[in-house]
Design a protein around this ligand. Structure first.
Ligand code: NCD
Length: 294
């Protein structure tokens, strides 16, 4: 049984296979490979993009989707996560897609069910499908040529970001040089990567910038004066980028004029909506891989 709890669950060859399939699906749009399959989504934490992206991906492949409304489910009546999982499993789904505020929940669930578990984001730990769609978007931008040696700056609240965690592992593995740009309180300890507190220091050497949202919901105490102060140093603005040839990414939701300014959000170098579009195709390929080869 294959699960996707973090990017390490996939070999580099499997990642390449997913990208080849996602590329074909992007040219083709539909296929009915998952007809007759049942997929359950259970999101214990808010989501706009990821949940709809997975659900659209499943439906485009002909699968049926049941979305559990957690506020109405028995979890809010005190049922343990283990019992919720066992009950979902008893309905014999072909895959369960889960998001949870606590790190490790998808991994634990994977021990108690008989179908693939897909992690749609757990705490500050991992968000594998996001990292896969980010790498796919990067590769597509460079016409699927070799991206080894490309430099990417990950900018923002890296320490609290599951998107950063998954991307650091995956991008490194595919030969990109990852540079972390954050104020000291948002910098993770001991990554072995190049780090800086100043965007200006690396702006001339990077090919890609991935801006991240400040994860205020994961801060136990406020560690900066205000988001405006943070933005003064780390917002990706048109004057900061100038006419440099840089691919700009963000997993969403974007805090406008805090993470990226209005001008850069409407600039053709910003591929936030391309990421969203690619996310559906990459997730279609992930679902096929896990459900049909498990
Ligand atoms: C992210 C998440 O929820 O992990 N968004 C996403 O899934 N596209 C990032 C965030 O919340 O900032």
């Amino acid at each position: 049984m294959k699960h996707l709890t973090n990017t390490r669950d996939l070999s580099s060859q499997e990642v390449e296979d997913i990208f080849t399939r996602a590329k074909a699906l992007k040219n083709n749009h539909h296929d009915s490979t998952l007809e007759g399959k049942l997929i359950i989504t259970i999101f214990f934490e808010n989501s706009t993009r990821t949940r709809s992206s997975f659900e659209i991906a499943a439906k485009r492949l002909g699968a049926s989707v049941v979305s559990l409304d957690v506020s109405k489910s028995s979890a809010s009546k005190g049922e343990t996560l283990f019992d919720t999982a066992a009950n979902l499993d008893a309905m014999e789904p072909d895959a369960i897609i889960v998001r949870h505020k606590d790190s490790g929940v998808p991994k634990i669930l994977s021990n108690y069910v008989n179908c693939p578990i897909l992690n749609a984001g757990d705490g500050a730990h991992a968000h594998p499908s996001q990292a896969l769609l980010d790498l796919f978007t990067i590769k597509e931008h460079f016409n699927f040529a070799d991206v080894r040696g490309k430099k990417i700056a990950i900018v923002g609240d890296i320490k609290n970001s599951r998107v950063a965690n998954s991307n650091i592992e995956l991008l490194n593995r595919f030969g990109l040089e990852v540079i972390l740009v954050a104020p000291p309180h948002f910098m993770p300890p001991l990554t072995g990567l190049k780090t800086t507190h100043k965007l200006e220091e690396i702006i001339d050497e990077v090919d890609i910038i991935m801006s991240l949202r400040t994860q205020t919901e994961r801060h136990t105490n406020q560690s900066y004066a205000s988001l405006k102060d943070y933005a003064a140093d780390f917002c990706i603005t048109a004057p900061r980028i100038g006419d440099r040839d840089i691919l700009l990414l963000h997993p969403g939701p974007v805090n406008r004029n805090i993470d990226i300014d209005d001008a850069m959000l409407s600039d053709s170098r910003c591929k936030v909506l391309t990421q969203v579009k690619n996310g559906v195709y990459v997730r279609m390929a992930i679902l096929e891989k896990l459900i049909l080869t498990s």
